[in-house]
Write a protein that binds this ligand. Structure first.
Ligand code: TYM
Length: 348
């Protein structure tokens, strides 16, 4: 796959006439984001707003592929929306919306399901992982999840998709679907590229650094949440599993320390070499404390902004309604084109 890194956004002087189109999404589960979600994806969303035309979405339709409590889902969706804004997505600059408010997503997903092969979906590692984890509910939506994700992306003629490493395979499939459809019907979809950060593409669990940091981890020390209070964040880092050596150095086999170096680097902007120098001769205790404090400071304004936004439900409502209207306007154009190409009789 043609994978982009952060260098892929054109510098100001070589800006093309048309700004690149960016799309990304996040599940509302738990109503908060993990540090992995934040550093791997959402932190970059705000940064892209000036140089690109961006659309960002809370994907509640994806969330129901795993059983949800309806009241919780509703509450978590609003909370995730507010948090997305608190992380830097500006609803005046970007289209910020909730997936189920924009009907074109489910409509295009159905069409794309008919252009996605069973074998392709069977190979998705996330499907394999989730079906093992939810063995009592391996529903068709869990299986066709990547076609809905492809619809999300392709509806906006997206150039770049800022995501963490775990979404790479889904992105590749979205590209394959776009190329297949274009091959059959002529140019219809822009073929998107992943935009994956260099330093924080895969943040690992603090309790088991061989596993990805995830929202659903049962071990409360494993995952740092963006809305955790600063003391909790520092405490979780102090308990982070490392190794029996005492050298802060990025090296194969030191998964725990490598993870902490990546996090510290993503938050402070320091390179791994600078971090190694700064902590030469110091123990892991000092390093863990420094990483915990740096993360807590990074997330403090996000939490404060979130708390402020959650007090103003009317403003949030205005933002997500406006976002959905704009999203529908752009996505309907692509859907109309698709319906025409595949031979659906027009309604008028
Ligand atoms: P989701 O909700 O699982 O995660 C949201 C974003 O966070 C990234 N991420 C991580 N990055 C680094 N380290 C981690 N430990 C980590 N955990 C999660 C994910 O890569 C993702 O970018 N299917 C998607 C949501 C989606 C979407 C889309 C994304 C639906 N439609 C269209 C992009 C474009 C998902 O479940 O992400």
């Amino acid at each position: 796959m043609n994978e982009s890194t952060q260098a892929a956004v054109p510098a100001a002087e070589e800006k093309p006439a048309k700004k690149p189109i960016v799309f990304s999404g996040i599940q509302p589960t738990s109503g908060s984001f993990t540090l992995g979600n934040y550093l791997g994806a959402v932190k970059n969303w705000g940064k892209l707003q000036d140089d690109c035309n961006c659309a960002y979405c809370i994907v509640n339709q994806h969330a129901i592929t795993v059983r949800q409590n309806p009241q919780e889902l509703k509450k978590n969706t609003l909370s995730a929306y507010a948090l997305m804004l608190a992380c830097g997505v500006d609803p005046d600059k970007s289209i910020a919306f909730i997936q189920s408010h924009v009907k074109t997503h489910a409509e295009l997903a159905w069409v794309l399901n008919c252009y996605t092969q069973f074998g392709e979906l069977s190979r998705m590692t996330q499907f394999k992982d989730k079906s093992a984890k939810h063995a009592d509910n391996i529903n068709a939506g869990l299986f066709t999840y990547p076609s809905l994700m492809a619809a999300d992306i392709l509806l906006y003629q997206t150039n770049l998709v800022p995501v963490g490493n775990d979404q790479k395979q889904h992105l590749e499939l979205a590209r394959d679907i776009a190329l297949r459809f274009n091959g059959l019907y002529g140019n219809t979809f822009t073929v998107p590229e992943a935009y994956i950060p260099q330093t924080a593409a895969r943040i690992m669990s603090l309790a088991d650094p061989s596993k990805k940091m995830s929202k659903s981890d049962e071990n409360t020390n494993a995952t740092v949440f963006v809305l955790d209070p600063p003391e909790t964040i520092v405490k979780k880092f102090k308990r982070a599993i490392t190794d029996s050596e005492a050298e802060v150095v990025y090296r194969e086999g030191k998964d725990g320390i490598n993870n902490l170096i990546s996090i510290y680097s993503a938050v402070t902007g320091l390179t791994a070499e600078q971090i190694q120098q700064d902590f030469a001769g110091k123990g892991y205790g000092d390093f863990k404390q420094a990483v915990g404090e740096a993360v807590a400071e990074e997330l403090r304004p996000v939490r404060e902004k979130y708390e402020q936004l959650m007090k103003d439900k009317a403003y949030l409502e205005e933002c997500y309604r406006g976002g959905a209207d704009k999203a529908l306007h752009f996505s309907q154009r692509t859907l109309d084109k698709v319906y025409k190409k595949i031979g659906f009789l027009p309604y008028k």
